[in-house]
Design a binder for this molecule. Sequence first.
Ligand code: QAP
Ligand code: CO
Length: 168
Amino acid sequence: MALLPILEFPDPRLRTRATPVKEVDASIQTLVDDMFETMYDAPGIGLAASQVDVHKRVIVIDLTDDHSDPRVFINPEIKVIDEVLGSYDEGCLSVPGFYETVERPSVIEVNALDREGQAFTEQLDGLMGICLQHEIDHLEGKLFVDYLSPLKRQRIRSKLVKEQKRRD
Ligand code: QAP
Ligand code: CO
């Protein structure tokens, strides 16, 4: 297992569109395991491969405190079931220290492959649905700050760049 470095906004690599996984083989399973280790270490509740600079359509999510519900979504496709928008104060491991309200459809259906390459379909609502939509945005090169006003986004960008320079 390995801890992977997490890219931070405004790193341009976060804007890369991820490509579908052709085959869920041992290398993808290792990536999934390393992503869980990285996410639990952070700690976070969701991580897309894009955030660790691997531009493949792989997402891990675990909303529990005790790591008891690890979920894997490979090549996820979603359909909106309920257009009604729900609001949530979202954060992101690639935007550390910032939380802002984002609105998204409240109920979705997802089609994806699991860690064994098995296809599944599931209806998701609440935080699980929100988190999956947030992670799928990463696969498209999109970040939650893109939903904010340009002024808010610029303020977050400046603070993070300053912090990143301090660390170098
Ligand atoms: C995405 O985000 C998410 O700022 C997952 O300093 C979050 O795991 C989707 C984290 C909320 C919907 C709602 C953020 C950790 C973790 C930070 C995360 C931080 C440390 C974020
Ligand atoms: Co994120």
